[in-house]
Design a protein around this ligand. Structure first.
Ligand code: PHE
Length: 334
């Protein structure tokens, strides 16, 4: 093989690629590697040394080719602007790292979790895409209960739906273990609601469930009282109003002292001094039987609260939609 011809070929190929580099179609590292890299064209030519008849001459030619290309490549590093920016300018002020923070709803969720973890509750989870059985039937919703209807439930297909509350996790938790069960279950829920200041088709709840022998309504009251005091402050009181849920009996709607006016009466609490924060009750015996627990031996309580609602009260946020608009100016405040 003719070493001169090979050297010429490599040179003209370099000129071609140099154009590509100058047009921005090839970056500096790739140009350099293609010719001068360990597996580059120059190294490749050297490795063919034994095929050349005059080895001394071939050595000279390839060495001068290598020097020539090295010089050209080095001159590029000095002249090109992309290479210049790589030099560290110590006189520039540093860039402040833009650290993110937790979303205020996540922050609130963790505060609530920590209070219950301290009381001995464990974390439980369940699917957001659920079957009618776990979301309704096992929770004692009669077949014609309005909550199952198209207008407040997102049906996926057949009896598969997006869960409308976190109460489905009650059933999963009880089916997977024997009492005592003491769990909380945070997560997203879905309802076919039109967004407004207090409604969103996606929102988050925290469910709590405690089942054991001799669990009483008094314990439910004591636990919730301790919880709201830890969350909103020692002066916070609870008020239980009779209510109805298919899966608890008796059931209650629980109010707390208005966090804004401290009970005096204001716009937020509509002059009542109270604000509703959760639904609660004693687990209905039908639910215990549905998961195979003996309702003559075991009893329990459950409650569920909306996390966004708690965050709105705690931080005085007037509109639920603010949580989802992802306006950094809003989110940065927390
Ligand atoms: N699942 C109910 C709701 O979404 C809340 C609740 C939970 C009530 C547990 C009682 C017991 O409104």
């Amino acid at each position: 093989m003719d070493v001169k011809k090979l050297a010429e070929e490599i040179k003209s190929s370099f000129q071609e690629e140099l154009k590509n580099f100058e047009n921005g179609n090839l970056n500096f590292e790739d140009l350099k590697n293609k010719f001068l890299g360990r597996k580059g064209l120059v190294a490749d030519a050297f490795s063919q040394m034994r095929n050349f008849t005059d080895k001394a001459l071939a050595g000279q030619i390839l060495n001068s080719l290598k020097n020539e290309l090295t010089e050209k490549v080095n001159s590029l590093t000095e002249n090109t602007s992309s290479a210049k920016t790589k030099k560290l300018d110590l006189s520039l002020p540093g860039r402040k790292p833009n650290a993110g923070t937790l979303h205020v709803v996540t922050e609130t969720q963790r505060q609530i979790e920590d209070i219950f973890f301290a009381m001995g509750f464990e974390m439980a989870t369940g699917p957001q895409v659920e079957t009618d059985f776990f979301n309704f039937e096992s929770l004692n919703f009669p077949p014609d209960h309005p909550a199952r209807e198209m207008h407040d439930t997102f049906f996926v297909e057949g009896d598969v739906l997006l869960r409308t509350h976190t109460s489905n996790v009650q059933i999963h938790a009880m089916k997977s273990q024997e009492p005592p069960v003491r769990v909380i279950a945070p997560g997203k829920c879905y309802r076919n609601d039109t967004p407004d200041a207090t409604h969103s088709p996606v929102f988050q709840q925290i469910e709590a469930l405690y089942v054991d022998k001799n669990v009483t309504f008094t314990e439910l009251k004591g636990t919730l009282d301790a919880f709201v005091k830890a969350l909103f402050g020692k002066a916070t009181k609870t008020r239980f109003r009779p209510s109805f849920f298919p899966f608890t009996e008796p059931s209650a709607e629980v109010d707390v002292t208005c966090v804004v006016c401290k009970g005096k009466g204001c716009n937020v609490c509509k002059q009542t001094g109270w604000i509703e924060i959760l639904g609660a009750g004693m687990v209905d015996p039908n639910v215990l039987e549905a998961v195979g627990y003996d309702s003559e031996i075991y009893s329990g309580y459950a409650f569920g609260l909306g996390i966004e609602r708690v965050a709105m009260l705690k931080y005085g946020i007037p509109d639920l939609r603010l949580f989802f608009q992802n306006d950094i100016r809003f989110l940065k405040q927390f």
